[in-house]
Design a binder for this molecule. Sequence first.
Ligand code: C2O
Ligand code: CU
Ligand code: CU
Length: 461
Amino acid sequence: PQGGEMGMGGMGNQHMDHDDVAALDSSSGDNELNIPPVLKSDSTEETKYTVRAKMGETEIFDGTKTQTYGYNGDFLGPVLQFEKGETVTINLINELDVGTTFHWHGLKIPGEADGGPHNVIEPGEEDTIKFEVTQEAATLWFHPHPDGDTSEQVYKGLAGLIYIEDENIKELDLPDDYGKNDFPLIFQDRTFDEDKQLNYDAVMNEDGTVGDVSLINGTVNPKLTVGQEKVRLRLLNGSNARNYTFKMNTGDTFAQIATDGGLLNEPVEMEELTLTPSERAEIVIDFSKIDDERDVALVNDSDDILLPFEVTDEAAAEIDIPDKMNQFSVTEAEKDLPVTKEVELFGMMDMVTINGKKFDPERIDFTQERGVTEVWEIYNKPDMMGGMIHPFHIHGAQFKTLSRDGEAPPRNERGWKDTISVSPDETVRLAVQFNDKGVYMFHCHILEHEDNGMMGQIKVE
Ligand code: C2O
Ligand code: CU
Ligand code: CU
């Protein structure tokens, strides 16, 4: 089990039982939440960004500097905005002292620009990618993906967000005033040593590294000041391994409006919501309906306080979240398709495999034709210790969840997804289609499992 004294050599040899993960310290609410900057285009005529991976120093705790990594800054990264239909150019610069890649998680992008383990940029080198944005409005993210070194680089701070906009979302009445009633929340858990440093090697766990310190957008002990209005929160589980279950400490419900890859057809009222690593969800909390005499906070399933809210009496124009937001559907033809790809997730620690094999950059595991939908069946095979949830992710695509153990997925999963949690002994069926050609990864998004080879490759032709 997790917790207790940490010996030399860290926790690398302890199996991560997810029912028994170290508790998170509750936020004292001392610090106003950091809101990431929105990256400006290098050009007024076209969307052109420069993204630099760099080393930095960040005052996470008052009076001490923590060595961190960041994109275009010391820690984490800016928000990149794309518009459906436009062509985007990104100049990628590696200012780290190790090789890295720039992976666009959830983006439909040609394989050579996807930033998988084959696209390493060496220290001091740069590269340029150019692609067309073909998918609908969504909140995606970007992070490094070098073979065997993803977990450490993300742990040190390499992660940023991508917002895609389209015509549909601009017409809808949704909270969309960035930093006012529309906030990104990147949830991560970390362990700091006595000198308040992130010593990855000392705390690394082969089964997924967790920490006791909760950071949101890199802020420790955060609070968020909001008005008495509907507020949209774009949640990203950006942790290496921890599952987060979100709920309100008041017992109030919230509305989920989006999944990983786009808006749900209609808002889904939720009492709680679980996101496994790399999953996103957008939720709307109506602070005009919550009794502001009480302390309002977003908490996890152990009632640890993640984000306390300070509700001002500022009231804003009433926003009516529309009942019809999108046109997502699973067709009869898709429901009738036979299973043509089988994926078996198995193992723990450094013995994790997919279909009995570990990642081999020289081996192509599957092929699929672009534009053709295939049904992938993902099975999480339990082991002697019962097994654990694996968040299964596919690059270069957004998929539809057809079923969980033969049943229709819950209402809040009836939307585009790129990562799906698969519980021990559970079978999940996905309808998967790729837009572009290239070699793409599919893997468990517990980053240490990914680095330990719980990853395969599909060649799209
Ligand atoms: Cu979030 Cu292989 O990626
Ligand atoms: Cu990805
Ligand atoms: Cu896993």
